[in-house]
Design a binder for this molecule. Structure first.
Ligand code: ATP
Ligand code: MG
Length: 679
C-alpha cells in the first residue's frame, strides 16, 4: 500500500465544555480541551474501502430496512420477514420469524461455497510453535465436538461452560455449542475456581469444557484443578467435564464424569447436521469485566447478534476475506473475543491469527514478531496494550517488519490522543487508519467508531455512531446536549446485537440500563460532543470527580498526563477533601526512557510538580492533581482495564475493596507500600 506517510493534519481547538448542575454525576470537560487534529483517509484507502458514506444515508432513510438488508448477508434456514419487535421493551426481538444456525454461517457455508481449503485459524504459541486449520478442518472439528457433546446429553438450550486457554479448541468449543444451539458461557482461563464456580452455578451449566493446563510465561500451569475445585464446592448441575490435552501435565480424574477430548474425538463422527434455531434463541451468556462491581451475566441471541457482529467486522475493519490476515489480540473470555475473534471474523470468512501467550514472553517484541511472521494486515488491540508498548519503548517494535499492516483498531478504554499518535506512527508506520471502537459486552458489537476510508480520524475520539445505530449524549433531564457539551452516553433506539437481558435477573437488567432514562439504554459512560458533534468518551459515570463543584473527567486528565513525554500511563481518581469536596489524585507510570530525565529534573517530588503544572496548562488549574504518585503498575481487570475504584480506596486510606477480577493482586500491595513514607 502506498498511502502517504504524513497525513494532512488540521488544527482544531475544541470548545470548552460547559458546566452543568453541580449535583449532576456526568463528567464535564472542565476547561479548554487539547486541540484535536484530524487525519482524513488517503484517497487510495478510500477508493478501495468496503464502507462508503452511502451506508449512513441508507440507514438514516430506513433504519429497519437497513438492518434487514444486513441480515440478508447471512444464510437463513427460513428467511425472516419481521425485522424488529419492540412491543415488549426493553426486551427486543429481531428477525424473530427467521431460523438459522450460527456455526453453519461461520463455517459450513464457506466450505459449501468452495472455500474449504482457506486457512481459518493460524494458532501461535508462546514458544514459536503453532498450528493451522482450514475452514474444512474447522468444520470437521466442530462437528466431532458437537457429536461428543450430544453424546454427553447436551441438548439444544442446555448451557455449557468453557474454561480454556486461547487455543483452537476454544474456538471449536464455542462453535460446537452454537451448532447444537446450546448457549455457552466462556469463563476466562485466568479466573479462579471460585469465580468459575459462581459462573457455572449462575448459568446451571451441564458440561464444562476445559484443558489439563495452559502455557503462560514459558511455564505449563494447571487448569483442570480449578474445575475440580469449583465442582467439589458446588455446581451440582454439571454432569461431565470434557478435557482437552494441552500441556500433558498430571491431572486428577473423576471416573464417569471426566472425558478426554482426544479420546472421545476418535470415535465421534466428523459429520453433524447443524440444529436450526429461531433468531431469538440464546447463543451465549457472558459476564462483564467487573470493572465497576459484580459482573453481570449478559445474554445474547443468534440472528440479530450475528447480523451486527458480521456487519461491523466487515465495515469497521475493512476486511477482505481473500487477502487479509487479521489479528485481534483479545482472549475469547471477553466479549471482544466472541464478536471479533469467533463470530464476526468467521461469519466473514476471515483468515486470522490467535495467540496463546503474553506480549512479553520470551521477549517484549513477541507481538510484533507475530505480525511479521504471518504478515498481519489488520490488528485490533487495546489502549492498555499500546500504553505498555509505549512504556517499553519504540525500539522494540522497530526491530520488526510491520509493513504488512494496513489498519489498526482499539477497544476497551478511551485511547489517549498521545497513545493514538504513537500507535499510528510506530506500529502503523503513519499509513494505517485507526478505528477507536466504543462498545460493551451488553451491546454485543461495535456501536460508535469511525469508518475507515470514510471518516476523517480524530485521535482520542470514537467519533460517530455506526450506520443504523442511534447514540446521543444527554443531560440529567435526558435532553440531548448541544455540541461542545458533556453528559451521559445513551443509545436511543434498539439495535440487533443488543443484550436480551441479564441471566436470571430481569430486575437488575431493567434497573441498570433502562430506569435512568426511560425508553433509552443508559451505558454508564460519560461522554462529550465536540463542536463537530463527534463523541468523546470521558470515563465511567461512577468514576466522575467533583472538585469545588466542577465535574472532571478521568479520561481527560489522564490524557493530559499521558501527553507529557515522561508518561506512559496514568490513572486519576477523586479522593475526599475537606475544602474542595474531592481532590484529584493521579497515579502515573513513566516511560522506560524517562527515569534519567526525572532524575535530572530533581527527582520524584519535582517531577510530580512538573506534571501537575502540565495538567494545569493542558486543561486548567481546577484539574491539577493535588497529588501525583509515581508507581510501577496500576490495578487492572484481567481484560486490562484500570480499576479506579481500588485506587480510590488507596487514595482515601480505606481498606481495598473486592479484588476478585483484578489481574495481579500484588499490584495493590506494591502501590500501598510505595505510598507509605511519602505522606
Ligand atoms: P462492568 O460492567 O462489569 O463494570 P466493564 O464495563 O469493564 O465491566 P466491558 O463490557 O468489557 O465490561 O467493557 C465495556 C466498557 O469499556 C464501556 O462501558 C466503556 O467504559 C469501556 N470502553 C470500551 N471501548 C471503549 C472505547 N473505545 N472508548 C472508551 N471506553 C471504552
Ligand atoms: Mg460495563
Amino acid at each position: 500500500m502506498t498511502a502517504s506517510a504524513t497525513p494532512s493534519e488540521q488544527d482544531r481547538t475544541a470548545q470548552p465544555g460547559a458546566a452543568q448542575g453541580a449535583c449532576s454525576q456526568a463528567p464535564a470537560a472542565s476547561a479548554d480541551a487539547p486541540a484535536a487534529r484530524t487525519f482524513p483517509p488517503s484517497p487510495e484507502f478510500a477508493r478501495a474501502a468496503r464502507a462508503d458514506a452511502s451506508l449512513y444515508e441508507a440507514a438514516a432513510e430506513d433504519r429497519l430496512g437497513f438492518w434487514a438488508e444486513q441480515a440478508r448477508a447471512l444464510s437463513w434456514d427460513r428467511e425472516p420477514e419481521q425485522t424488529l419487535d419492540w412491543s415488549e421493551a426493553p426486551r427486543a426481538r429481531w428477525f424473530a420469524d427467521g431460523t438459522l444456525n450460527v456455526a453453519f454461517n461461520c463455517v459450513d457455508r464457506h466450505v459449501e461455497a468452495g472455500h474449504g481449503a482457506q486457512t481459518a485459524l493460524l494458532a501461535e504459541y508462546e514458544d514459536g510453535s503453532g498450528a493451522s486449520f482450514t475452514y474444512a478442518q474447522v468444520q470437521e472439528e466442530i462437528s466431532r465436538m458437537a457429536n461428543v457433546l450430544e453424546g454427553l446429553g447436551v441438548a439444544t438450550g442446555d448451557r455449557v461452560a468453557i474454561y480454556l486457554p486461547m487455543i483452537p479448541e476454544a474456538v471449536f468449543a464455542m462453535l460446537a455449542c452454537a451448532r447444537i444451539g446450546a448457549p455457552h458461557s466462556v469463563v476466562f482461563g485466568g479466573f479462579s475456581a471460585d469465580a468459575l464456580r459462581s459462573r457455572i452455578e449462575d448459568a446451571e451449566a451441564k458440561v464444562v469444557i476445559t484443558a489439563d493446563g495452559q502455557f503462560r510465561r514459558g511455564k505449563a500451569m494447571g487448569l483442570k484443578g480449578a474445575v475440580d475445585a469449583a465442582l467439589a464446592g458446588g455446581a451440582p448441575s454439571v454432569t461431565h467435564v470434557l478435557v482437552v490435552r494441552r500441556t500433558g501435565g498430571e491431572v486428577e480424574w473423576t471416573e464417569g464424569r471426566d472425558i478426554w477430548w482426544h479420546e472421545a474425538r476418535e470415535s465421534a463422527s466428523a459429520e453433524h447436521a447443524p440444529v436450526m434455531v429461531e433468531a431469538e434463541h440464546p447463543l451465549f451468556i457472558l459476564y462483564t469485566s467487573g470493572t465497576t462491581g459484580k459482573p453481570k451475566g449478559i445474554v445474547h441471541t443468534s440472528g440479530g447478534y450475528l447480523t451486527q457482529a458480521a456487519f461491523t467486522h466487515r465495515t469497521v475493519f475493512d476486511v477482505r476475506p481473500d487477502s487479509d490476515v487479521y489479528w485481534c489480540t483479545a482472549d475469547v473470555g471477553w466479549v471482544t473475543g466472541h464478536s471479533y475473534v469467533v463470530y464476526g471474523p468467521m461469519a466473514n470468512r476471515t483468515t486470522q491469527v490467535i495467540y496463546e501467550g503474553t506480549p512479553d514472553t520470551p521477549h517484549q517484541g513477541r507481538w510484533w514478531e507475530i505480525v511479521q511472521k504471518h504478515g498481519v494486515t489488520i490488528f485490533y488491540s487495546s489502549p492498555t496494550a499500546i500504553r505498555t508498548a509505549m512504556k517499553w519503548g519504540e525500539e522494540i517494535p522497530g526491530r520488526f517488519d510491520l509493513s504488512s499492516l494496513r489498519l489498526l483498531g482499539s477497544v476497551g478504554e478511551s485511547i489517549n490522543p498521545e497513545a493514538w499518535l504513537w500507535y499510528h506512527r510506530v506500529i502503523g508506520g503513519g499509513r494505517c487508519p485507526i478505528v477507536d471502537t466504543w462498545w460493551q459486552t451488553e451491546t454485543g458489537a461495535i456501536m460508535i467508531s469511525p469508518l475507515p476510508g470514510v471518516t476523517a480520524l480524530k485521535p482520542g475520539s470514537a467519533q460517530v455512531p455506526l450506520p443504523g445505530i442511534s447514540a446521543d449524549v444527554v443531560n440529567d433531564a435526558g435532553e440531548p446536549v448541544a455540541d461542545g457539551q458533556s453528559g451521559y452516553l445513551v443509545l436511543s433506539e434498539p439495535w440487533p446485537s443488543m443484550l436480551r437481558g441479564i441471566w436470571g435477573d430481569d430486575q437488575r437488567f431493567r434497573d441498570t440500563y433502562w430506569s435512568r432514562f426511560p425508553g433509552r439504554y443508559f451505558a454508564g459512560d460519560g461522554a462529550k460532543k465536540d463542536e463537530d458533534g463527534d463523541i468523546w468518551l470521558l470515563g465511567r459515570v461512577d468514576d466522575v470527580m467533583n472538585v469545588s463543584g466542577h465535574r472532571l473527567s478521568t479520561t481527560e486528565i489522564e490524557s493530559a498526563l499521558v501527553s507529557h513525554e515522561w508518561v506512559a500511563e496514568a490513572a486519576v481518581v477523586g479522593a475526599d477533601d475537606e475544602t474542595t469536596g474531592q481532590a484529584v489524585v493521579a497515579f502515573v507510570i513513566l516511560r522506560s526512557g524517562a527515569a534519567d530525565a526525572v532524575e535530572e529534573a530533581g527527582g520524584e517530588e519535582s517531577a510530580a510538580q512538573t506534571l501537575r503544572a502540565h495538567v494545569g496548562r493542558e486543561i486548567g488549574p481546577i484539574a491539577k492533581p493535588r497529588k501525583v504518585l509515581l508507581v510501577s503498575e496500576l490495578p487492572k481487570t484481567r481484560s486490562g482495564k484500570i480499576m479506579r475504584r481500588l485506587l480510590r480506596d488507596v487514595a482515601e486510606n480505606r481498606e481495598v475493596g473486592d479484588t476478585q477480577t483484578l489481574a495481579d493482586s500484588s499490584v495493590m500491595d506494591l502501590i500501598q507500600k510505595g505510598l507509605t513514607g511519602r505522606g
